[in-house]
Design a protein around this ligand. Structure first.
Ligand code: ASP
Ligand code: MG
Length: 426
């Protein structure tokens, strides 16, 4: 049976955590055919985003973020006691990044971003694979670029499923099937893929969970385990609610809703491929690998705890036609096309006779552009510094507690979920 493990950036943040991940892999290999998807180490993706800015600002000449990243990774290699071969391999990647930074900074932003930002996962997986080999685990490094094929929607590649299925079947299964390959473990990257032209594409920030789901789907895996620094899926973000509680079990629908509403525990696109093939999802703690964590499967669970999902830094745009006409299907069609062109996702919307309001992430790269265009045909009202709060399995006392001392700008309720757009709490 195939199993897929996903290790996020926090699980490989330094040499000690790489050893811990290697231990978890060693403890599980052999019984099952194991493919591991690994994210970039610690905050590497953020550092690469900074590098993209530096490369564009200096036309590739001043890249201090690259030096920092280079030292960070090479120090880990050294601390793990790996040989010079791996350092040389990493140097190749750093040279490649440097070349991209200096030769292509005139390119379209999203393309440029993906060629650079995807390299964080290349670095981490090279290190993890080499460390596993070092401790005697027959780890096989595979570049996910040769396994997951997407279109050229840079920064949010759309998967070409038939081609991806074929690539994974022909290139991964042969490495894991048969007695001789019993102990093999595949180490590959999350977050990255390639187009048919061979350009790197990323799947969107935090997209490694989705990568794990893509591999699991194409391998017909029995289960996916996402190893995290929390005990499993909790009913609130433990950083905001220290008494957050663990769900032992959830249905796919619960998990999809939590992710959709903004719980950051799993990437929203992860559940669908798993649900489609009835693949069990486990969310477990790499800090306490023997604890069972949360199991997500195809079974409705009754009597769930309320859960709280808070999206900060929200903006509300209210849109009405200039001539006081009704908002009709044609306007809505236009509005959604405009939002899609700016790649703005609507977190909540509300529609009245003469206005239409949307709550969105207040992304400074995207929102001003869309506002400008909206103003051509509509009267708009813009409010920022808001929070979108979703409470599943709510009761009125909980709602009141959240509203206390804040202004309510929009509200949506159904029998089990309430969503509130409120002035920011801090
Ligand atoms: N490294 C990428 C990010 O931080 C992908 C991931 O970790 O899921 O967004
Ligand atoms: Mg990450």
């Amino acid at each position: 049976m195939y199993k897929v493990f996903k290790f996020g950036g926090a699980s490989v943040k330094d040499a000690g955590s790489v050893r811990n991940v290697a231990q978890i892999i060693r403890d599980h290999k052999g019984d099952d055919q194991l493919l591991c998807v690994v994210s970039a180490m610690a905050k590497t993706t953020n550092a690469l985003e900074l590098l993209v800015q530096q490369a564009r600002a200096s036309k590739g000449k001043e890249l201090p973020a690259l030096d920092t990243l280079r030292n960070f990774h090479l120090d880990i290699v050294q601390e793990l006691g790996l040989d010079a071969g791996i350092s040389a391999e990493l140097e190749e990647t750093f040279t490649e990044i440097r070349v991209v930074c200096s030769t292509e900074s005139e390119n379209e932003y999203n393309y440029f971003y993906d060629q650079i930002v995807s390299q964080g996962e290349i670095l981490s997986t090279k290190i993890v694979a080499r460390y596993l080999q070092h401790i005697g685990v027959p780890a096989i490094y595979k570049d996910a670029g040769g396994l997951i094929r997407t279109d050229a929607t840079y920064r949010e590649g759309k998967v070409n499923w038939p081609v991806t299925q074929h690539l994974i079947e022909t290139q991964v299964k042969v490495l894991l099937e048969g007695e001789a390959h019993r102990n093999n473990v595949i180490i590959t990257q999350g977050f990255t893929a390639k187009t048919s032209e061979g350009a790197r594409v990323t799947l969107g920030r935090e997209g490694s969970d989705y990568s794990a789901a893509i591999f699991a789907y194409c391998l017909d895996a029995e289960e996916v385990t996402i190893w995290k620094d929390v005990p499993g899926i909790l009913n609130a973000d433990p950083k905001l609610f220290p008494d957050a509680q663990l769900f032992n079990r959830l249905s796919y629908t619960d998990a999809i809703e939590l992710a959709y509403y903004g719980a950051t525990v799993i990437h929203p696109k992860t559940i669908k491929p798993l649900q489609n093939k009835n693949i069990v999802l486990r969310v477990r703690s790499f800090l306490n690998p023997s604890a069972p964590g949360t199991v997500v499967e195809n079974e409705e669970i009754f009597g769930l705890l309320p859960s709280f999902i808070i999206k900060k830094n929200q903006a509300l745009i209210s849109i009405s036609p200039r001539d006081f006409s009704f908002i009709m299907e044609e306007n809505l069609g236009q509005l959604f096309t405009l939002l899609a062109t700016h790649r703005i996702k609507v977190n909540l919307m509300q529609h009245s006779a003469i206005s239409f309001s949307i709550c969105i992430d207040n992304d400074p790269m995207r929102v001003p552009g869309v506002l400008e265009q909206l103003k051509e045909n509509y009267v708009t009202e813009f409010r920022d510094n808001l929070e979108l709060i979703t409470i599943r399995n709510y009761n009125e006392a909980l709602v009141e507690r959240f509203m206390r001392g804040r202004t309510l700008f929009a509200e949506q309720k159904n029998d089990h979920t309430v969503r509130l757009v409120l002035s920011s709490g801090n």
